[in-house]
Unconditional design. Structure first.
Ligand code: ZN
Ligand code: ZN
Length: 317
């Protein structure tokens, strides 16, 4: 093991106690029966030599790579004038200064709120009974239904807590920062007060813990896949673009950018993250429905005018 890693591990062990090293965790394991990804998983835990650090570092790095990695295509799309016709609020395109401002606050929040949690993530997982270092992974079927359930659970939690965040003092002291951009863009997904990151993030991470508390049957790899999908959902919902191929155009209950962009534009309504049903059932999407209906009518009128002009030009010939 590298010497820096050894001294790093000793420091962490002095703080967290002495967790079982990977060499002991995997004693007697026959790796020849494992898939390539499962073998990589074992190698990762063996490399760090301490499951607390292995889990913590993976969680942090995964978040950074996926969040900023997913934002890059949107930064490129924002720089392309040909994409403007798909922008929900085409008048507002983020400047490089806006992108940089967001990056700074997001990084500050990640390094102050999240980084310290590296030390506690693995012990919390163990407390709730999550499988961490162990292999093999669960079946694809099990992962799929658990992730689908997390989407539903997080969406409900987010609807309730986000709606509460719009209550006077909570909005003024916490949620207002996230609403600084009335026309959002990918990097603005986590542009928020650190407390908001913590409170709303609980829906993403608390849902798996809650399920595992009752079932005692959840692998952390399922949680990582869920977190990656949730990050894609959050960044895309803030992208500000609605393409004909966007998910909500063929999955009508999916919220997507069309739904959340309206929330930033109007400040009220459309509180959910992934789905449209809570806003619809509780009547908080009425303004959105009216606005989109008006926009559709204006577009149809413009198309009708263009057709009239074309017909008139044909007559004149
Ligand atoms: Zn809001
Ligand atoms: Zn937002």
């Amino acid at each position: 093991m590298d010497s820096w890693l050894q001294s790093f591990n000793s420091t962490v062990e002095a703080i967290t106690g002495h967790p079982t090293p990977a060499s002991v965790l995997y004693a007697g394991l026959d790796t020849s029966k494992l898939s390539y990804l499962e073998q990589l998983w074992v190698k990762w835990y063996e490399y760090w030599g301490n499951p607390v650090i292995a889990t913590g570092v993976m969680s942090f790095v995964l978040h950074e790579i996926v969040y900023f990695g997913r934002s890059i295509p949107w930064i490129i799309i924002d720089s392309m004038p040909s994409m403007r016709k798909y922008k929900l609020q085409p008048k507002y395109v983020p400047s490089a200064a806006d992108q940089w401002r967001c990056t700074k606050l997001v990084l500050l929040s990640h390094f102050t709120v999240e980084l310290p949690q590296i030390w506690s993530f693995h012990p919390i997982c163990e407390y709730f009974g999550l499988t961490t270092h162990a292999v093999p992974f669960p079946s694809v079927y099990k992962m799929a239904w658990q992730i689908a359930l997390f989407f539903v659970m997080e969406d409900f939690y987010h609807y309730v807590v986000h709606r509460l965040m719009h209550y006077g003092p909570l909005y003024k002291h916490i949620h207002k920062i996230h609403h600084e951009y009335s026309a959002p863009f990918g990097l603005a997904a986590e542009y928020a007060h650190p407390l908001e990151v913590l409170i709303l993030g609980l829906g993403t991470i608390g849902s798996p813990f809650l399920l595992c508390f009752f079932t005692r049957d959840l692998h952390i790899v399922t949680v990582y896949i869920w977190v990656v999908l949730r990050l894609f959902q959050a960044v895309d919902a803030h992208s500000g673009y609605d393409f004909p191929i966007s998910l909500h155009n063929w999955l009508p209950f999916w919220a997507g950018a069309d739904h959340h962009d309206y929330h930033h534009m109007a400040f009220l309504g459309c509180y959910s993250t992934s789905f449209r049903w809570w806003d619809h059932l509780l009547g908080t999407d009425r303004g959105y429905q009216r606005t989109r209906a008006k926009q559709k009518a204006v577009k149809l009128r413009q198309q009708a005018d263009e057709l009239d002009k074309y017909a008139a030009s044909l007559k004149a010939q």
